[in-house]
Ligand binder design. Structure first.
Ligand code: RB5
Length: 148
């Protein structure tokens, strides 16, 4: 299952991504926002982050105007590795090397065509493991030390 969420700035792109996931037959859950009324991106970054962190969702997609505020917010949830991607190369390599579990997009930065390609790349690429697993484990260790 894919957890998806946005603030008002990402609302329209979220609708387009959900329609795309429907076409692909991929299961998702919409964590809001549900209207274009102004709202606060940390609420939705946290909701998607918690869905991924708890294992309820395998991956997450978060969207705000720039993708920055909501990615910072999602990354505050333990176990979340949210990657803000504006191109397919970054989307591919953040899966291959960082095992990113949340994709962040900037709806006011990207056109919908590129955004959907980035989503496809992110969802269709596996983690390589090996030396990259050691580095991802170091991120988790850093997170533990910060919380101690
Ligand atoms: C909302 O106006 C905007 O600040 C938000 O969508 C996002 O870009 C924040 O990082």
């Amino acid at each position: 299952m894919i957890a998806i969420g946005s603030d008002h700035g990402g609302f329209q792109l979220k609708q387009e991504i959900m329609a795309h996931l429907d076409e692909l037959g991929l299961a998702y859950k919409d964590y809001g926002t549900y209207t274009e009324d102004s709202c606060d991106y940390p609420v939705y970054g946290e909701a998607v982050g918690r869905a991924v962190s708890s294992g309820e969702a395998e991956r997450g997609i978060v969207i705000c105007g720039t993708g920055i505020g909501i990615s910072i917010s999602a990354n505050k949830v333990k176990g979340v590795r949210a990657a803000l991607c504006g191109d397919c190369y970054s989307a591919e390599y953040t899966r291959r090397h960082n095992d990113a579990n949340v994709l962040a997009l900037g709806a006011r930065v990207l056109g919908p065509g590129l955004a959907l390609k980035i989503v496809d790349t992110f969802l269709g690429t596996d983690f390589e493991g090996g030396r990259h697993a050691r580095r991802v484990a170091l991120i988790a260790e850093l997170e533990e030390r910060e919380r101690a």
